[in-house]
Ligand binder design. Structure first.
Ligand code: C2E
Ligand code: CA
Ligand code: CA
Ligand code: CA
Length: 278
């Protein structure tokens, strides 16, 4: 459409309308997609840095759109969070990841945890603990074989988070802090919450070879985590040099393209059943 350059306000509000319209359409589409079973999970292996063995997987949701093909989560998770659809979608992810992990174990794969991302919105559901307990019971998965990844943003309400995390820990599921270092990380929380591991955000790992500040930060996070008896996973590891750096600083695990990108079912199965290492 031809726009009048002087009529800025008009232009701006039309733009907002467009965005709102796009959001609504997307939310409607997501709802239908959930009903039609168009979501699926890819799995990215997590490797022990000392042995090179796969010690866990992270479930990452994708949308197999009938015309657009495979849509990455960055394109629909924000809309799902805004609309609240993340709750039923997250329920599906949790159940599917647990079901699949148990199926692999029943087929002879080593019992390793699957990590599931939990959004703030899901975290604030009152019945979350009950839900997780029911899913574990229904699928028969050992609670030790489920890890929940939360971001630092869920720890904003300290009392609530403490209560929830303690109940989760009582269930026996693992808890990781995702994207560590990007939020308003408060060390006080780390000390008091029953957290098992933290994942160093990719943005710190990316330049460890070139940027001495990033290298110092990563080394310090690993040392601090170990002093707090937390396990450390480095995210977004892409090169052998990064692997060497992380290993020399005693980082426990790594996840990233250097090991493997997230894989569809068949791809991850061939790794899990062949006991390969990176
Ligand atoms: P995340 O939890 O930080 O997941 C890691 C993301 O980094 C994944 O992107 C993965 O494909 C990507 N990645 C892994 N290794 C590398 C690497 O070496 N280099 C680079 N450049 N990237 C790497 P993906 O699958 O597109 O997911 C993006 C985000 O979407 C996730 O970030 C997570 O916040 C969200 N997400 C994915 N699945 C779910 C879900 O089931 N529920 C919720 N609430 N969020 C999800
Ligand atoms: Ca994650
Ligand atoms: Ca992450
Ligand atoms: Ca992220």
């Amino acid at each position: 459409a031809k726009e009048n350059g002087r009529n800025d306000y008009h232009l701006y509000s039309e733009d907002i309308d467009q965005q709102a319209y796009h959001r609504l359409t997307l939310q409607h589409e997501l709802m239908k997609a959930l009903q039609n079973g168009e979501f699926l999970l890819h799995y990215q292996p997590q490797y022990d840095l000392a042995t090179g063995r796969i010690v866990g997987t992270e479930a990452l949701v994708r949308w197999l759109h009938p015309t657009r093909g495979l849509v990455p989560p960055g394109e629909f998770i924000p809309a799902a969070e805004d609309s609240g659809l993340i709750v039923p979608l997250g329920d599906w992810v949790l159940e599917e990841a647990c079901r699949q992990n148990k199926e692999w174990q029943d087929a002879g794969a080593a019992p390793i945890p699957v990590s599931v991302n939990l959004s703030v919105r899901q975290f604030s559901q009152r019945n979350l603990i009950g839900k997780i307990g029911r899913v574990l019971k229904a699928t028969g998965l050992d609670p030790k074989c489920l890890k929940l990844e939360i971001t630092e943003s869920v720890t904003m309400d300290v009392e609530r988070a403490t209560l929830f995390l303690e109940q989760l820990a009582e269930l026996g599921v693992g808890i990781s802090i995702d994207d560590f270092g990007t939020g308003y990380s408060s060390f006080h929380y780390l000390r008091n919450f029953p957290i098992g591991s933290l994942k160093i955000d990719r943005s710190f790992v990316r330049d460890i070879e070139q940027d001495p500040n990033d290298a110092a930060i990563v080394a310090a996070i690993i040392a601090m985590a170990h002093n707090l008896r937390l396990q450390v996973i480095a995210e977004g590891v892409e090169t052998l040099e990064q692997v060497r750096f992380l290993r020399s600083h005693g980082c426990d695990e790594m996840q990233g393209y250097y090991g493997s990108p997230p894989l569809p079912k068949a791809g991850i199965e061939s790794l899990l059943f062949e006991a390969t290492s990176f």
